[in-house]
Design a protein around this ligand. Structure first.
Ligand SMILES: Nc1ncnc2c1ncn2[C@@H]1O[C@H](COP(=O)(O)OP(=O)(O)O)[C@@H](O)[C@H]1O
Ligand SMILES: [Mg+2]
Length: 317
């Protein structure tokens, strides 16, 4: 049994169609399923706007999915159940791209961290103080840092504080949404190492959202590639990084300097987006080099192989 599973998650947002003065909806994510095992990392990659953060919000329970379910430790999580909410809050924690935005600027960081313990545990005052000091040391900060405010730290240190807040309740899952993107390259490696050490020590599972393939190659066990709200390819790190099969995944590699050489074969002359294609076909049809007429008339199914590898492409069928 997987620790955390998503089943057929869909999320659509209402939008106003002013041209026809009617309400419409926009499907931000469609039919997303995955399984995350204890102590493992599932990376979610895809360009901006592909629905990665939307998926994170459905999993953590900030928003209610339009359809589908989240299963944690064999139990289906209900959006409105208080008991579920508490359990989810304790066991599934989140780290965001910009740590400054997610920390209260007016609170000393010791207060912020203690607050999490005060609400979610029965620890005594003294025990909470000890736990805060230990957690700060654990993420590479000093216990005396608890008296400082967020603005007194560097970006990397602030991300360490955000990590401290995420691990202080000893969660089983951490959802990290582009946790390195706002940091200097030199700091990124340190934070990545810290996340890896914590995973080993605490057996944490990561749902790791990133558009940086190099980072993903370092940390992930499995990779899920999303395009316009859909899964186009899903496989082990070896399957995706040794031999990406979906034309979109291939495009991602070919457009990343670090992998361009390795995946030279995928480099294609720049295709113009084909306008006016009907929405009913494959989500990637408009940009695909291999697009054929039938790709535009019906969407390919996401087909799973026995080893768990999945791809949605007629070319692969
Ligand atoms: N609350 C919302 N209302 C309407 N559209 C939204 C909302 N949140 C996200 N979207 C849209 O959903 C799509 C996916 O967004 P997002 O999940 O932020 O992508 P990513 O994190 O991969 O960059 C985008 O087109 C975005 O504009
Ligand atoms: Mg995002």
């Amino acid at each position: 049994m997987s620790l955390l599973s998503a089943r057929h998650i869909c999320k659509s947002y209402p939008i106003k169609n002013y041209q026809f003065a009617k309400d419409d909806s926009f499907d931000a994510i469609k039919n997303i399923s995955f399984d995350l095992e204890a102590g493992k990392t599932l990376a979610i990659v895809g360009e901006s706007g592909s629905g990665k953060s939307t998926l994170a919000r459905q999993i953590i329970g900030i928003e209610k999915p339009t359809f589908g379910e989240v299963i944690f430790n064999g139990e289906r999580l209900h959006f409105s159940s208080i008991k579920n909410k508490k359990m989810r809050f304790k066991n599934i924690r989140m780290i965001f791209q910009n740590p400054y935005e997610s920390l209260n600027p007016q609170a000393r960081i010791g207060t912020t961290l203690e607050e999490v313990l005060r609400i979610n545990t029965n620890l005594s005052n003294k025990q909470r103080k000890e736990k805060v000091a230990n957690t700060l040391s654990r993420v590479g900060l000093l216990p005396e840092h608890q008296h400082r405010y967020p603005h007194m730290f560097s970006g990397g240190q602030r991300q360490r504080i955000a990590i401290a807040r995420a691990i202080i309740l000893e969660p089983q899952v951490i959802i990290a949404d582009e946790p390195l993107s706002a940091l200097d390259v030199s700091i990124q490696a340190q934070i990545l190492n810290l996340l890896q050490e914590l995973q080993e020590e605490m057996q944490i599972s990561y749902l790791f959202i990133s558009h940086d393939l190099n980072v993903v190659e370092h940390i992930a066990d499995e990779v899920m590639v999303m395009y316009r709200g859909e899964i186009v390819e899903y496989g082990s790190i070896e399957q995706i990084f040794d031999q990406p099969k979906h034309p979109y995944t291939q495009t991602l590699f070919a457009s990343t300097p670090m992998y361009r050489k390795r995946f030279k074969e995928f480099e294609k002359p720049d295709f113009k987006t084909k306008k006016g294609l009907k929405e009913q076909g494959c989500c990637f049809a408009q940009r695909c080099h291999f697009c054929e007429p039938h790709c535009q008339s019906k969407p390919p199914q996401l087909i799973a192989q026995e080893d768990g590898y999945k791809i949605a492409c007629f070319k692969a069928e």
